[in-house]
Design a protein around this ligand. Structure first.
Ligand code: ADP
Ligand code: MG
Length: 238
């Protein structure tokens, strides 16, 4: 079975219990958005899926394979961060190629993938630039390009647009939606922007204090919130 599955996933940092036993099935190709208040565990859950954090308990599978104890690089996932995390001294091309080079990929294959990603993201004229000579939106595109070249089964986005101004956020949101359409990959996306959640998501996961309060389509959650908390988060724009 494809997609992402979590079974009783828990995470503690010392005595602090952050994720309290999450069961979740994300269908292959879905765009799933995690929402919830600051500190509820959205980033932690994403990091558990990516393998950047180890689960304290429970299990996790991706594309039908148990990856609970599998290295991040072997999980078929790629993460896009809010802070871009680009190498400032490297060109756009090298930023996108770096991970593949480290993984020992064939140079021609690396070039094909970088060129293809640059085409999709309209970065072709900028391949020789350094990140510091680029706008926030361009940098975020490079960060997305770096994920695309890895051809992951699952893309993980942690508030990728929150450093951008409002106008650029709208534009990048449309680009991410298009990317999802074009690639057909599973995407898991953390945001606290309600509009982003409602417009991008096939399904929304509402989290509160490390627990899934509700999981459903934007329309389900809007029309039939399970409780006041979900209604407050999804139901009425504020
Ligand atoms: P969100 O992304 O929803 O804002 P996080 O997943 O970043 O929330 O954090 C959830 C909780 O886990 C917070 O209380 C945070 O302080 C705690 N936490 C996250 N990472 C660590 C860590 N490495 N060590 C200790 N506590 C952590
Ligand atoms: Mg976070």
């Amino acid at each position: 079975m494809a997609g992402v599955q979590l079974h009783g996933v828990k995470k503690s940092f010392g005595d602090v219990h952050v994720i309290h036993g999450v069961d979740l099935t994300i269908d292959d190709g879905d765009f799933v958005v995690f929402v919830g208040p600051s500190g509820c565990g959205k980033s932690t859950l994403l990091r558990l899926i990516s393998g950047l954090e180890e689960t304290t308990d429970g299990s996790l599978s991706i594309s039908g394979r148990d990856v609970t104890h599998v290295e991040p690089a072997e999980r078929g996932v790629a993460m896009v961060f809010q802070s871009y995390a680009l190498y400032p001294h490297m060109s756009v091309y090298d930023n996108m190629a770096f991970g593949l080079k480290m993984g020992g990929a064939d140079p021609e294959e690396i070039d094909r993938r970088v060129q293809a990603a640059a085409e999709i993201l309209e970065l072709k004229p900028l391949l020789d630039r350094k990140p510091k000579a680029m706008s926030g939106g361009q940098r975020q595109r490079v960060a997305i390009g770096r994920a695309i070249v890895r051809k992951p089964d699952v893309f993980l986005f942690d508030e990728p647009l929150s450093n951008l101004d409002a106008e650029l956020r709208v534009q990048m949101r449309l680009e991410i939606a298009k990317l999802h359409n074009d690639l057909g990959a599973t995407m898991i996306y953390v945001t606290h922007d309600q509009t982003e959640a409602m417009t991008l998501a096939d399904k929304i996961v509402v989290l509160r204090a490390g627990i899934v309060e509700q999981y459903g389509s934007p329309l389900d959650l809007y029309d039939n919130p399970d409780n006041e908390f979900v209604a407050g988060f999804i139901g009425s724009p504020r």
